[in-house]
Ligand binder design. Structure first.
Ligand code: ADP
Length: 439
């Protein structure tokens, strides 16, 4: 029988007894009243015992009860036990999480939905200069004031990390990443990438230095070879073929060195140079078009320019010249005799677009994602034969990044390729800029 049925039977039994005694004694109402008061008092007494037991600190056995109260005491006791073991488990998890994150060499900060600090580990105190005693509860952007970080945190795009000097030590570079988790919680992880940055800088410096060092000897060698080729001396006649080959190779090396120097300059100039220089792109394109026509003249290619003459953008002139000419000259070089190259400059609601479409050899789809890697060539032999360095598209990529622009490549083998550079709408200028002189 369930405790409730038992309790109801107990009540029926008590009422029955009160009615019988009342009937015999002639005081039915009084008997009923006495039984009711007794029953209520019993319940009150049990409630009081329950309340007293619940308020007792620590683990104690439940009071003894009868009827429904035995069941209530027992269930409450079990619930308490369950709760206690759940609490213990949770506390263990939290301690383990704190111990592991505290031991992590990376700075870790737990943030709430308002980007206020909830918890920090030891590494965060050192790397970010945070102090638990006074910084917990503070808005993170009040403590890390670097503009790059403020942009990162307000944009809420946490797909890639942001790099900045440590607020506690200017010499240290941190790579900071925010990882959303749980219900609107965030975890900030900061890694020390100083060594990596130094190595990267060393690599850049090495390439830049070696290119500088090679430039002068190469110019001298090239100059001598040139004069040896022009020489009418009898003794050099048999060497003419070799000298021609040496001249070709030294000129190729000069191109590589110049491209490497350009790349390291682009890499080393930290600031994005979408700087407010107004560029008359149509003039630039007419100039490139003339040079491309001269380059493609032998191959009888048709080169056309479809250009919005009113469309100008903010940018860096020599960089844009280098970017556009690289793409146009590639189109000419990788398009066989009789093919065509179309250069377009136009705008739509997404911004301004420079496009070069050719009917050349095309690029197999698996190579397209790798084209902007340094020294990547689809066909090394062919690239060398036509005087390529394998650095042109890497330069294009860097220049476009500095102009907040994107490169899009579509191609079909034996049908041709289209290279499109898309500049954001905010780069477009309405009024006519100053005339352009050759870069
Ligand atoms: P390269 O100096 O070898 O031309 P780039 O970086 O300019 O170096 O180009 C990388 C590679 O991309 C080239 O070697 C070539 O295989 C391929 N490529 C570039 N432009 C075109 C094009 N218009 N048509 C076909 N292949 C191209």
């Amino acid at each position: 029988m369930s405790p409730w049925s038992k309790e109801i039977w107990r009540l029926i039994w008590l009422t029955g007894l009160a009615l019988i005694v009342g009937f015999i004694s002639g005081y039915t109402l009084v008997c009923l009243l006495i039984v009711s008061v007794g029953y209520i008092t019993w319940h009150f007494n049990n409630i009081k015992r329950l309340e007293k037991w619940l308020n007792k600190p620590g683990k104690t056995n439940p009071p003894q009860g009868s009827g429904i109260w035995a069941e209530i005491f027992d269930r409450t006791y079990h619930l308490q036990k369950q709760n206690r073991s759940r609490k213990k488990k949770l506390a263990k998890y939290i301690t383990r999480f704190r111990e592991s994150t505290a031991a992590m060499p990376d700075a870790t900060v737990v943030l709430n939905r308002y980007d206020q600090i909830e918890w920090i580990n030891k590494a965060a105190q050192k790397a970010l200069g945070l102090q638990p005693a006074k910084d917990i509860g503070q808005h993170l952007s009040n403590l890390i004031r670097h503009p790059g970080f403020i942009r990162y945190i307000t944009r809420k795009d946490y797909s890639s990390p942001v790099e900045l000097p440590s607020p506690a030590n200017e010499q240290q570079t941190l790579s900071i990443r925010i990882i959303p988790y749980g219900q609107d919680q965030r975890l900030l992880i900061a890694r020390d990438v100083t060594r990596l940055k130094q190595l990267e800088q060393m690599r850049r410096d090495f390439i830049s230095n070696i290119s500088h060092e090679l430039r002068t000897p190469l110019t001298v060698i090239h100059g001598y070879l040139e004069s040896m080729q022009d020489e009418t001396d009898e003794s050099l006649r048999d060497w003419q073929e070799n000298i021609k080959m040496m001249r070709r190779q030294s000129s190729r090396m000069q191109h590589i060195v110049n491209d490497l120097l350009m790349l390291s300059r682009l890499e080393n100039e930290e600031t994005k140079q979408t700087a407010r220089e107004q560029i008359a792109v149509p003039n630039l394109l007419h100039m490139i078009m003339d040079e491309a026509s001269a380059l493609g003249a032998e191959k009888q290619q048709s080169i056309t320019l479809e250009c919005d003459d009113e469309l100008n953008i903010f940018g860096v002139q020599n960089e844009l010249y280098s970017c556009f000419s690289n793409l146009v000259f590639n189109a000419v070089r990788y398009t066989p005799t009789g093919g065509s190259v179309t250069i377009r400059w136009f705008h739509d609601q997404n911004g301004a677009h420079f496009e070069v479409q050719d009917t050349g050899i095309g690029i197999p789809p698996q190579h397209i994602p790798r084209l902007t890697e340094r020294f990547f060539r689809v066909d090394v032999g062919r690239s060398r034969d036509i005087g390529g360095t394998g650095l042109g598209l890497a330069i294009v990529k860097h220049i476009l990044e500095r102009h907040n622009a994107r490169l899009n490549i579509t191609s079909k083998v034996n049908h041709g390729s289209t290279f499109r550079c898309s500049f954001p709408a905010e780069n477009i200028i309405q009024q006519a800029p100053k005339a352009v002189t050759k870069a």
